[in-house]
Design a protein around this ligand. Structure first.
Ligand SMILES: CC(C)(COP(=O)(O)OP(=O)(O)OC[C@H]1O[C@@H](n2cnc3c(N)ncnc32)[C@H](O)[C@@H]1OP(=O)(O)O)[C@@H](O)C(=O)NCCC(=O)NCCS
Length: 167
């Protein structure tokens, strides 16, 4: 069985985690869907926008990020943060290098974060996935998540004259 090490995030992990996340979200990213419809937005591609989500995760709670290593090589991560007022823990991002998927590591990362939430006294955990993400839809249910809603994402191009309002 492959040996994995899971450890807390360090600031020097950031560039590698962004690279892993962008690779992992190819095909399952709302930012990419925006690009399919509108093309490059303001000179930035979907990968640039998606990578910035990790800056948000670090700002919110870098202690909620756990990094997976194989033979001293960073191969994936999970990010999380705790909303103590609502009692709900949030899991914004989870990503693994393709060759390390399907070996139970995603489940392990989720369990670590869920345990951390429990130990902190939270009562619920929240995670999102796209309808087309087969692994997400399977795995999240398998660790105890229940589907509560489906959401539709809309984007409007503001330079479109049809949308212009003269004040
Ligand atoms: C999502 C991700 C982190 C999961 O990690 P992982 O190590 O592959 O997950 P695990 O091996 O722990 O579990 C995967 C489960 O999904 C199942 N699975 C794998 N491919 C599947 C598919 N195409 N359809 C349905 N289920 C699938 C596996 O059988 C396993 O379930 P089981 O343990 O009940 O047999 C990883 O696959 C990944 O990085 N994916 C790309 C990025 C992504 O989708 N991130 C999540 C966005 S919400």
């Amino acid at each position: 069985m492959t040996e994995f090490l899971i450890r807390p995030y360090r600031p020097d992990d950031l560039p590698m985690l962004k690279e892993i996340m962008v690779e992992a979200f190819d095909g399952v990213s709302i930012d990419q869907s925006i690009e399919h419809v509108f093309g490059i937005v303001n000179g930035h591609d979907w990968k640039w926008r998606k990578a910035r989500h990790l800056d948000d995760d670090v700002r919110r709670d870098s202690a909620g990020i756990f990094v997976a290593e194989h033979q001293a090589r960073v191969i994936g991560f999970i990010s999380s943060w705790m909303d103590h007022e609502t009692g709900i823990g949030q899991i914004p991002n989870i990503s693994l290098r393709p060759e390390f998927r399907g070996q139970g590591l995603g489940r392990q990362l989720l369990e670590i974060v869920l345990d951390r939430f429990r130990q902190a006294g939270l009562t619920h955990a929240k995670i999102e996935t796209l309808a087309q993400n087969a692994v997400g839809n399977h795995l999240y249910r398998a660790v105890g998540f229940q589907e509560v809603a489906r959401q539709v994402h809309f984007v409007a191009e503001l330079s479109n004259p049809r949308d212009a309002v003269i004040l």
